[in-house]
Design a protein around this ligand. Structure first.
Ligand code: CMX
Length: 465
């Protein structure tokens, strides 16, 4: 309704002075203005939540047990996240849409088959499936906002290539906060009802700049600092990113569109999403909040698992050979477990079935690289690992997650530097966590501060010792 008001008032104003074709252009200008659309949605949603809290603010959602407190807060429902919901059996839904539904409904590049991540961002931040025009407008904005300030370029160029790409990403994003419009507005005393507008501007800028940062890291670290080329403002985000990395195979660009779409969001409690939300709640600007999230993504139990999977597969190939038998694989997996290590790419804190992000990458492999030897190995591992993890009797989810499949696809297209893989995950994760951050400030969520207890105090509460 509010959106209609914005559109129709502009319509009436311009109706007095414009020809019909100009009127149509004004109408469509309003329909692609993401910030205006959010400006209409945020107060309505804030009002809906206010009324809900008035009625149900003291209703209970669940119980907290002692095991939950010592067990990584698993299962505690203590966060609100609008952008996506993770069902243990079904997997992720982005604003209610499954991955296959997103693949079908979101706009694609000309002649492309995979969704454009710009469309997923629009869906995450507005809740609506975007039109092609809306997605094109986002591609254009991101291309136009992509330039890096000189000090970030010189910081990246001064990094020795022994610094892990995720550390380079985190450092570059941290110092990019010199550009934060939110930090400047806050310092100049902007009213808190306006915070979200500056967080939105920073988020759009940061998403636009991330591929340039990430491609610079890649070319500096692995390709002897051989430049990244220019952004083409008529092309989409993934096209430009893949080209800046130095690749132009159209199938690889399609893979990147899929990759950057499916890694974007996994509801609110995972380490990277939760960290961005938590740090943002202190009103740290989006650059600082996102950098903090990237430091969490860089952990081997979270995003770095995509690197670990490739390291582990390479160990199999070097120790056993390129086509191990099932029995040889079983021995190797048991050896991994008995040496106190995890099988990377398997298991999940919430999922209890094969991750649909794994499945859609498997489908991509079936379509584009069915005979690839490494893909054959990944498929064999998929057959052999789950029964073994089940046999341990302790692993709650023996099935593969997203990280078990992403590396093999990148290897196939020539991006073989496995310690770069988590950076790609990070670029995608920006879409979800920054969409959420805009809403966090739009809804005026307070600083996050759960209560902790000492073991002594807990024991006292239950008269235990
Ligand atoms: N290999 C070996 N052991 C595993 C395992 C795996 N893949 N997954 C779980 N376990 C073990 C746990 O280490 C734990 O052992 P202890 O009781 O000895 O501490 C036990 O099984 C129970 O763990 P769980 O409840 O099943 O799993 P958690 O919720 O604690 O942890 C996760 C989830 C993802 C950290 C874990 O499954 C794991 O370490 N997997 C491998 C790393 C990985 O692929 N991470 C990527 C996840 C997706 C992402 O965030 O990108």
């Amino acid at each position: 309704m509010a959106l209609f008001r914005i559109t129709s008032s502009r319509f009436i104003e311009t109706a007095k002075i414009c020809s019909p074709s100009v009127l149509l252009r004004h109408l469509s200008d309003a329909s692609i203005d993401l910030k205006a659309i959010l400006a209409a949605k945020i107060p309505k949603e804030a009002e809906r939540i206010k009324n809900f809290r008035k009625q149900h603010g003291s209703s209970k959602v669940g119980e907290v047990t002692v095991d939950m407190m010592y067990g990584g807060m698993r299962g505690i429902k203590g966060l609100v996240c609008e952008t996506s919901v993770l069902d243990p059996d079904e997997g992720i839904r982005f604003r209610g849409y499954t991955i296959p539904e997103c693949q079908k409904l979101l706009p694609k590049a000309p002649c492309g088959a995979e969704p454009l991540p710009e469309g997923l961002f629009w869906l995450l931040i507005t809740g609506d499936i975007p039109t092609e025009g809306q997605v094109k407008a986002i591609s254009k904005q991101w291309a136009e906002r992509a330039a890096l300030p000189a000090h970030v370029v010189s910081l990246l160029n001064s990094m020795p290539n022994t610094v892990h790409p995720m550390s380079q990403l985190s450092a570059a994003v941290t110092v990019l906060n010199s550009e934060s419009k939110f930090a400047k507005a806050y310092a100049s005393g902007v009213h808190k009802s306006k915070y979200w507008e500056y967080v939105y501007e920073d988020s759009m800028d940061l998403i636009a700049k991330l591929p340039v940062v990430a491609a610079t890291i890649y070319r500096n670290t692995f390709k002897e600092g051989s430049g990244i080329g220019a952004i083409d403002t008529s092309k989409d985000w993934s096209y430009n990113f893949t080209h800046m990395l130095g690749y132009d195979n159209p199938d690889f660009i399609e893979l990147m569109r899929l990759y950057l779409t499916i890694h974007s969001d996994h509801e609110g409690g995972n380490v990277s999403a939760h960290t961005v939300h938590l740090v943002g709640s202190a009103l740290s600007d989006p650059y600082l909040s996102f950098a903090a999230g990237m430091n969490g993504l860089a952990g081997p139990l979270h995003g770095l698992a995509n690197q670990e999977v490739l390291v582990w597969l390479e160990k199999i190939r070097s120790q056993i050979g390129k086509t191990p038998t099932e029995d040889q694989l079983k021995d190797f997996i048991w050896k991994t477990l008995k040496s106190g290590q995890v099988v990377p790419g398997y298991g999940h804190a919430v999922l209890r079935k094969t991750d649909p992000r794994y499945t859609c990458q498997r489908e991509f492999a079936e379509k584009h690289l069915p005979d690839d030897a490494l893909y054959q190995l990944v498929s064999k591992v998929y057959k052999v690992v789950p029964p073994i993890l089940q046999e341990t009797g302790k692993v709650k989810n023996p099935w593969p997650n997203v990280d078990a499949h992403s590396g093999v696809l990148l290897q196939y297209y020539g991006l073989k530097e496995m310690n770069y893989y988590t950076v790609l995950f990070g670029v995608s994760r920006a879409l979800g966590v920054l969409a959420s951050l805009v809403w966090d400030r739009g809804l005026g969520l307070p600083i996050e501060r759960p209560k902790s207890m000492s073991t002594d105090a807990l024991m006292k509460a239950f008269k235990a010792s």
